[in-house]
Design a binder for this molecule. Structure first.
Ligand code: SF4
Length: 315
C-alpha cells in the first residue's frame, strides 16, 4: 500500500470514528446541501450503514443542478439509506414555512436579499434557518460537512463543537480535510457530485446568491459575494468563539470577524483573471471574468452555462 493510500485510509478512518461517535450520541442527524464535502459524508454514512438521519433544506431557490443531484442520490443511495421516512427515500427534504415565506416576499420582494444584509439574513432565516431548526429539533448530535479551510469564518473549526444555542454536539468529520482530500475520496469511490463544481462553483447554495469564482479567490467568495467576509454565514453554522459556542480543539477566541479576506472586496480586476480552474476541482477549464458586465444576476446560475463570469460590486 502506498504512503498516500495509507494517509487517505487514516484520514477516512478518523472521519468514520467521528461519525460513529455522533451516531452513538443518538439521535444524530446529518444536514446536507449536497456539496462535495457533504457527498463524502453521505457516502460514508451509507457505506457503513451508520444510524444517522439525513435531511436537506429545499429553499425554493436552489439551482437545477442541485435538484438533479438530489434525484441521483435518491436513486443511488435509496437502498442503503432507505426507510428513513417510510418511503424508501435516502433523505428527508424540509421546506420553508409557507406563511412565513409569503410574508417575506410581500415585505421585501422576491430578490430583496440584494438590497441589504438585513434583508439577506431575513431571507436566510425563513428559507434556511427555521427549517434547519425543525430538522435539528430533538437531536443530540449534528453532523456537518464543514472544513476549516473553506473560509476565514471557519478557520477555527474543531472536530467537535458544543452548539450552545441549540443544545447539541456538532461533529465536523472533515474538519481537517483539504479540498484535494475531498476530491480524492469522491474519485476513489465514484461518488456523484454537483456538476456546478466543474464550472468553478466550489461552494453551492441558492442560485441567486452563488456565483463561480476566479483563480485565487477564497473558496466561499462566490457566496453572497457582495458582502464582507465576516457577514458571510447564513445562520446555519454559528461561528466558534461567539457566545454559546465552544470547541474542543481550537481557540474559541479565534473569531472569524478578525478576517481581512480581500477576496470578497467584490470588485475584481477581471482582466487579470485568465487562468485555470480552482485547485482540486473536478473539472479544469479556463475561467475568464468579463469586466463591466452586470451583477449580481450574471453571477448566478446563468453564468454556469458559459465559462465567462462577471464580478462587480453591488451598488
Ligand atoms: S442564500 Fe440567498 S436566496 Fe437562499 S435563503 Fe439566503 S438570501 Fe435567500
Amino acid at each position: 500500500m502506498s504512503a498516500s493510500t495509507t494517509t487517505a485510509t487514516a484520514r477516512t478512518d478518523a472521519a468514520l470514528n467521528l461519525l460513529r461517535e455522533a451516531a452513538a450520541l443518538a439521535p444524530a442527524v446529518f444536514s446536507t446541501s449536497f456539496g462535495a464535502e457533504d457527498m463524502v459524508v453521505l457516502d460514508l454514512i451509507a457505506r457503513h450503514r451508520l444510524p444517522i438521519g439525513i435531511f436537506t433544506l429545499d429553499t425554493g431557490r436552489l439551482p437545477e443542478e442541485t435538484h438533479a443531484l438530489m434525484q441521483q442520490v435518491r436513486e443511488r443511495y435509496g437502498t442503503a439509506l432507505g426507510g428513513r421516512d417510510g418511503a424508501g427515500a435516502a433523505f428527508d427534504t424540509l421546506f420553508p414555512d409557507a406563511r412565513a415565506l409569503q410574508d417575506l416576499v410581500a415585505r421585501n420582494g422576491s430578490n430583496g436579499f440584494y438590497a441589504s444584509i438585513e434583508q439577506r439574513k431575513a431571507c436566510c432565516a425563513v428559507r434556511k434557518v427555521e427549517p434547519l431548526e425543525r430538522g435539528l429539533r430533538g437531536r443530540r448530535a449534528w453532523v456537518t460537512g464543514l472544513r476549516a479551510q473553506q473560509s476565514a469564518t471557519r478557520a477555527a473549526l474543531a472536530p467537535r463543537q458544543i452548539d450552545g444555542a441549540r443544545g447539541l454536539t456538532k461533529f465536523n468529520p472533515l474538519h481537517d480535510w483539504s479540498e484535494a482530500d475531498v476530491w480524492d475520496y469522491l474519485r476513489a469511490h465514484a461518488v456523484p457530485y454537483n456538476v456546478l463544481h466543474d464550472r468553478h462553483y466550489p461552494s453551492i447554495g441558492c442560485a441567486p446568491c452563488t456565483r463561480a469564482i476566479a483563480v485565487g479567490e477564497d473558496l466561499r467568495a462566490g457566496r453572497w459575494w457582495w458582502e464582507n467576509a465576516d457577514t458571510k454565514e447564513c445562520g446555519l453554522h454559528p461561528v466558534a468563539g461567539r457566545p454559546g459556542n465552544t470547541t474542543d480543539g481550537a481557540s474559541a477566541g479565534a473569531s472569524a470577524s478578525a478576517s481581512t479576506d480581500a477576496s470578497v472586496d467584490a470588485s475584481v480586476d477581471a482582466s487579470a483573471r485568465t487562468s485555470a480552474a480552482a485547485a482540486g476541482s473536478a473539472g479544469a477549464a479556463t475561467v475568464r471574468a468579463a469586466a463591466g458586465s452586470a451583477a449580481p444576476a450574471a453571477g448566478g446560475i446563468a453564468a454556469a452555462a458559459a465559462p465567462v463570469i462577471a464580478i462587480r460590486e453591488i451598488p
